[in-house]
Design a protein around this ligand. Structure first.
Ligand SMILES: [Zn+2]
Ligand SMILES: [Zn+2]
Ligand SMILES: [Zn+2]
Ligand SMILES: [Zn+2]
Length: 150
């Protein structure tokens, strides 16, 4: 029995992969947050998004990654697309986004951060999908929390 330094839960509360993830404390290429701020699923989703986004459909190859900051707060990742043009227009930083698994639109930052919960969907699609299938979604958050505690 040992407690995790990252989330303070016992090692038993981790899957093998999540435990490794927490002990390594890696930085996510996609959102540049610590691995401890990811669930196992979210980590995989972000990793996949980078792998997919790194591929340039124009040059038909995997391109270099370059960390960028949009605005002042949010850090992101872009691929470096070299264009056949004069400097400084010869490089295009194409930001890598996750896109909604249902409608295909780019996800916003909060949606990317909770992609594991939203199953890679945008909030709108998530809402539509869950309304059709799950009743639990309409249970107010407060009562859901109580259920978890007891
Ligand atoms: Zn942990
Ligand atoms: Zn991430
Ligand atoms: Zn390219
Ligand atoms: Zn959507």
């Amino acid at each position: 029995m040992s407690a995790c330094k990252v989330c303070h839960l016992d090692s038993k509360n981790h899957s093998k992969k999540l435990w490794v993830l927490h002990q390594q404390a890696k930085i996510c290429t996609f959102c540049q947050k610590n691995s401890s701020e990811h669930s196992e699923k979210l980590w995989e989703m972000h990793k996949l998004a980078v792998e997919k986004g790194q591929f340039c459909p124009f040059h038909k190859k995997t391109e270099k990654l370059y960390p960028i900051t949009i605005g002042s707060a949010r850090a992101g990742i872009a691929r470096v697309c070299r264009l056949n043009a004069d400097q400084p227009n010869d490089v295009d930083f194409v930001q890598i986004h996750m896109s909604c698994t249902v409608c295909g639109l780019y996800l916003g930052s909060p949606e990317e951060d909770s992609a594991d919960v939203l199953d890679g969907m945008c909030l709108q699609c998530f809402r539509t999908e869950t309304e059709q299938t799950d009743i639990w979604y309409d249970i107010p958050h407060a009562s859901k929390k109580e259920d978890v505690n007891c």
